[in-house]
Design a protein around this ligand. Structure first.
Ligand code: SF4
Length: 203
């Protein structure tokens, strides 16, 4: 089974076209959100270990699951005896969904390393707090379905159509994707003299 990056679980759930652009075409563009994300991750980007009274915190821990075909890096893993708790750092406000799948992917990797992983957290820098994510059977099934969908995209020879909905407004790949033109499988020819509408920015 092809191994896919843990981050792809979030991308493919957010937008299949975005996932294909990043993981198949190696397209990337920074935006204010991606730069903010990099700054938030600075707290956990440097690999390191802290020990305190039987409690171990591991930053930037590489993990892998052979069973689910996943690999990636956990921002932070807290270990107490035989229980591991992954903490995924995000810049935006927490909403249940794509980030939970990433935590579930980290959980199965840590389970394969021999730990019990009943829950994880998404830390939101906007909310300035952790949000608990229970590792349930339904979440694991959704995570496995997202991984299978990502594998389908890796094998496909064309990009999915754009969504062209409110998700596109803050997408850093918008200029490469051109969602107004590519939201059908038969894109209209771009009129290069007509300015595209600007997104609505909060910044
Ligand atoms: S601009 Fe929209 S359709 Fe295009 S990759 Fe981003 S979210 Fe997906």
């Amino acid at each position: 089974m092809e191994s896919i990056p843990l981050a792809a679980l979030e991308h493919v759930t957010y937008c299949r076209r975005q996932a294909a652009m990043i993981h198949v075409e190696a397209t990337w563009a920074d935006s204010v959100d991606t730069v903010r994300g990099d700054l938030v991750h600075k707290a956990v980007d440097l690999p390191g270990t802290k020990r305190r009274r039987g409690f171990i915190s591991l930053r930037s821990l590489p993990v892998r699951s052979r069973r689910y075909g996943l690999h990636g890096i956990c921002d932070l893993v807290e270990i107490e005896q035989h229980t591991a708790t992954p903490v995924e750092y995000k810049v935006g406000p927490y909403r249940p969904g794509p980030a939970d799948l990433q935590v579930a992917g980290q959980a199965v990797c840590l389970k394969e390393a021999g730990y019990q992983v009943p829950l994880g957290y998404v830390y939101s820098a906007t909310d300035r707090r952790r949000h608990q994510v229970l590792i349930t059977d339904s979440l694991l099934a959704a995570m496995a379905a997202a991984a299978a969908d990502m594998r389908t995209l890796l094998r496909a020879d064309k990009l999915p159509a754009a969504r062209n909905d409110k998700r596109c407004r803050r997408c850093s790949l918008r200029d490469d994707c051109l969602p107004e033109l590519t939201h059908t499988q038969t894109p209209r020819t771009a009129d290069l003299f007509v300015p595209r509408p600007l997104g609505t920015w909060r910044d």
